[in-house]
Design a binder for this molecule. Structure first.
Ligand code: FES
Ligand code: MG
Length: 591
């Protein structure tokens, strides 16, 4: 804002400075005094800045925000705003049953009501654990008040006996070691706890690090914010700067609708590819885009993602963890590579008030072991591949975790490179998988494809991270660490499993996985982007007519029932479809 421009009339004035309803104004003012502000301050026209607090004992990945909020408040105050901190619905990825995926849309709904219904002029979104990032950006987009993301940051790197052990990834790898008889249960626990040495969210490139990187790539957080480890001093400094900046954003009237454009989402897809980001980025990016009024057709994952190389050497696709990524330059250094290569739209406006290209100036990495140059990557064509066929219209495969060993074994046949044919072994949910995976009767071998159904948005409900199934113990002891897997649920972003995920429509709403049977042949052609069961139409029709569909468990809570009624499929972001029409609610004040 230049010196002679008048600041916009803030929406909080309608609560605290309403000459027509002095009785009401007095009521609002007297109770806000409870936290130590004076009526004069509230009536002075200063921006009221919400701090959406996602940290709590139930949300340990985000707990650092209870501390950081003090510095955020300092920043808001120093820039002339008034901070108001309030809780959002807690989400803890690892612990929430039946799945934290139920809570993304619940946090979203709650935050929309808070931002819309209270005298808040701008908001700091405190993010960390997986779904705490997309849910809050979705809500800020619906309400469309000035908003900025403050990431809490990853934990310090985990070490176990001289080996880097990353969040989640250590669990999947230790499970295979346990199955192979290389470690015992005490050693398993020791490895798992060693991966979590401090406050912060997952320190691998799981969904949390991915989604905070996405927020930065979208232009929703200060440059360099995503990757700073939670305990580093820079966290507090970024909290302060973020607090200062949101006040300026309110005065500039810079809103999510100015930042969250189609080009910004394409930039985010490109960023996810080069960092080796989580497959959960797909439903979350689609959800944020749709709430921002941007439709991303399936093809964008190929055109703007799959074609890009893997540059960031971080688990699960690579070797290292969050501390080294931050020291190597973090998200801006990875995006700098994209910008130089002409694969980023540098014109996108960001929360700094500057373009993405301006933000990225001078951010070249000097640690080329951690962040590779675009021309000398860890892997070519490393983004998500989109697949479709007679069982589903949309499924994705994270190609950066397909190991050389797996490629050699399954995908490098002369004359049919990228094509795999196998026999389906079908599981109805993860309990069924755990009960039966080691049953020799199933005859699972190197030519099997493990299929998980009943794990989608409606079937689970919420959609579970259960598609990364490991082979039977007997196969692991023979050195077969992976089989191809396929399912209508998701997998953890920390998993290194070569899985076809998020298949939509899911079996519970009549998707093709419902008619698949044990022993059916499946052909996957990565070059053509197809995945088909080799079952003819007449046989499919017969099964649909004669055989019962797979079981769908009953809802156990009111929210599960409501969620199932209103939520769409993973391919379309798993959003509450009815919510999409409510964009820009802040332009009309609530009565
Ligand atoms: Fe919360 Fe990974 S479990 S960030
Ligand atoms: Mg997860």
């Amino acid at each position: 804002m230049s010196g002679d421009e008048k600041p916009p009339r803030l929406r909080s004035r309608d609560w605290f400075d309403n000459a027509e309803r002095w009785d009401q104004t007095a009521l609002y003012l007297e109770r806000f005094m409870n936290y130590g502000v004076t009526p004069e301050e509230l009536r002075s026209g200063k921006p009221i800045i919400g701090i959406a607090q996602s940290g709590s004992d139930l949300s340990p990945c985000n707990r650092i925000h209870l501390e950081l909020a003090k510095r955020t408040r300092d920043g808001i105050r120093d820039a002339g705003g008034i901070p108001i901190e309030f809780p959002v619905h807690p989400i803890f990825e690892n612990c929430r049953r039946p799945t934290a995926a139920l809570d993304r849309n619940l946090l979203y709904l709650g935050l929309v009501e808070l931002l819309n219904g209270y005298p808040i002029d701008g908001v700091v979104l405190t993010t960390g654990c997986d779904k705490t990032t997309p849910s809050q950006i979705m809500a800020a987009s619906t309400v469309d008040i000035p908003a900025i993301v403050l990431s809490g940051g990853p934990m310090l790197d985990g070490w176990h006996e001289g080996e880097l052990v990353g969040s989640g990834t250590v669990i999947w790898r230790s499970r295979r070691k346990l199955a192979a008889g290389e470690i015992d249960e005490a050693e398993f626990l020791d490895r798992a706890t060693s991966s979590a040495p401090s406050a912060g969210h997952c320190n691998s490139m799981g969904t949390a690090s991915t989604m905070n990187a996405v927020a930065e790539a979208l232009g929703m957080s200060l440059t360099g914010c995503a990757a700073i480890p939670a305990p580093y001093r820079e966290r507090g400094q970024y909290a302060y700067r973020t607090g200062r900046r949101i006040v300026e954003m309110v005065l500039e009237d810079l809103r999510p609708s100015n930042i969250l454009t189609r080009e910004a989402f394409l930039n985010a897809i490109a960023a996810v590819s080069v960092i080796g980001g989580s497959s959960n980025a797909q439903p979350h990016i689609v959800a944020m885009a749709r709430h921002a009024g941007v439709e991303l057709e399936p093809d964008v994952w190929q055109q703007h993602g799959y074609v890009l190389p893997l540059l960031v050497n971080m688990q699960p696709a690579g070797k290292y963890l969050g501390e080294r990524f931050h020291r190597a330059g973090g998200v801006p250094a990875a995006m700098w590579e994209l910008l130089q290569a002409g694969r980023l739209n540098g014109d996108c406006l960001t929360c700094t008030g500057q373009s993405m290209a301006e933000n990225l100036g001078g951010h070249e990495s000097h640690d080329r072991e951690m962040i590779r140059p675009f021309g000398d990557p860890l892997m070519d064509r490393a983004g998500f591949l989109v697949l479709s066929g007679n069982m589903f219209d949309f499924g994705i495969l994270k190609t950066s975790v397909i190991s050389d060993e797996f490629r050699q074994r399954y995908l490098s046949r002369p004359g049919a490179e990228g094509v795999f044919e196998g026999r389906a072994i079908v599981f109805d949910g993860s309990d069924d998988y755990h009960h039966r995976i080691n049953d020799p009767e199933l005859g699972i071998d190197e030519n099997s494809i493990l299929v998980m159904r009943g794990s989608g948005v409606i079937g689970w409900p919420g959609s579970a991270e259960v598609v990364n199934m490991q082979p039977p113990d007997a196969l692991i002891r023979r050195g077969v660490m992976w089989l191809p897997t396929l399912g209508d649920g998701r997998q953890s972003g920390t998993s290194d499993s070569p899985s076809i995920l998020n298949c939509s429509p899911e079996s519970a709403v009549g998707g093709g996985l419902a008619w698949l049977r044990n022993g059916d042949a499946i052909r996957i052609d990565l070059n053509a982007g197809t995945c088909n069961a080799l079952v003819d139409a007449a046989e499919i029709a017969r099964r649909l007519a004669d055989e019962p569909p797979p079981p769908v468990p009953e809802s156990q809570t009111p929210w599960e029932e409501l969620f199932r009624e209103k939520t769409g499929q993973l391919g379309e972001g798993g959003v509450m479809e009815i919510a999409l029409k409510y964009r820009g609610t802040s332009k009309k004040l609530p009565r």
